[in-house]
Design a binder for this molecule. Structure first.
Ligand code: SF4
Length: 317
């Protein structure tokens, strides 16, 4: 049984946020698959290991209920910079994700984004549905089958060749904004020779933007290391267009309302976050948020993890 998440205007099962996103501003997340249902089991995934590693496309959550929640959210007059198909797994695994985007385009002026690992873009029907997004962000962090298996740990049956062919085919067909995310893992793809090969492949995809990330939130696998900001910038120069290096979002809440523990747990259930990130999501003040996370930590509901200079809170239950 999925647990409900909080979003502006009430409690929803399939919507979360709007959350402050490093790239998309305030983004309303739309979650179309159960937690960690994915085609990959990336070493660096912040959500932990994939509970369902699959290539099977089906209606994982009832589309009627997702649309009811969207109707409710829009009717309440809320706004976001993006309505984003993302969340806790691979959204293109949902056999009707294109219909959700169609509905959004018809009923809202807000732009629609699709965040995908790109695993299923080799399927013509997935590319056709994905073309409904105003913005698609796919990922590419490997350069051959062996590195793909080490870094992304794909579902058996999915090859690196398929991934790249799908992302290439999509670029040819898609006229919207196409971004590629490259995730750098220390010691696995952080050497200049390795990243140059990734950069060659990414160049062929002719993305509008390239984003480079390293481990910022705590990764599922503790052996996964981050590269320094300097290394990230240096590797970013191998790309054309030049890769943009992500900075940690630290939007500080300015509200003063007392913080609701259930709302904080709903945010952290989705992914680990710093106090500032949770504040941004819930529009709470730092002071009340800190008291709330301290209480939740003392109660054993969350635990803290140091990642670089930042302290992240991880949902326990
Ligand atoms: S594609 Fe995204 S959700 Fe899936 S395992 Fe990789 S990082 Fe996690």
């Amino acid at each position: 049984m999925r647990s409900a998440g909080d979003s502006e205007g009430g409690s929803y099962e399939y919507l979360f946020g709007p959350v402050p996103s490093r790239r998309l501003g305030r983004s309303l997340g739309i979650d179309l698959v159960p937690s960690k249902t994915c085609c990959f089991n990336c070493l660096f995934c912040q959500l932990g290991g994939s509970t369902e590693l699959t290539l099977e496309r089906r209606e994982y959550v009832p589309i009627g209920r997702v649309i009811s929640e969207l109707k409710c959210w829009l009717k309440a007059g809320h706004e976001a910079d993006f309505m984003t198909l993302s969340g806790s797994g691979e959204p293109t695994l949902h056999s009707r994700f294109g219909e959700v985007m169609d509905w959004l385009r018809e009923h809202s002026e807000m732009p629609v984004a699709l965040l995908t690992g790109g695993a299923l873009l080799y399927m013509p029907e997935v590319r056709s549905a994905a073309r409904n997004a105003h913005l698609v962000k796919a990922s590419l962090s490997a350069w051959d089958q062996a590195s793909f298996e080490t870094i992304n740990r794909p579902c058996p049956g999915l090859t690196f060749e398929q991934l790249v062919a799908g992302e290439r085919a999509f670029r040819k067909e898609y006229t919207g904004e196409y971004w590629i995310e490259v995730f750098v893992v220390k010691g696995l793809n952080s050497a200049v020779g390795q990243m140059s090969r990734v950069a060659e492949l990414v160049k062929e995809l002719e993305p509008d933007k390239i984003h480079m990330n390293t481990v910022i939130r705590p990764a599922g696998d503790k052996s996964v290391g981050a590269v320094s900001a300097e290394e990230l910038h240096r590797l970013g120069e191998l790309f054309s267009p030049l890769a943009e290096v992500s900075e940690v979002s630290a939007s500080e809440g300015s509200g003063s309302a007392a913080t609701d523990e259930d709302a904080v747990l709903a945010v952290l259930r989705r992914h680990p976050a710093t106090t500032e990130q949770v504040c941004g999501s819930l529009k709470a003040s730092i002071d009340s948020m800190q008291k709330c996370v301290d209480a939740l930590e003392a109660a054993g509901r969350i635990r803290r993890e140091q990642s670089g200079k930042d302290v992240y809170y991880v949902f326990l239950g």
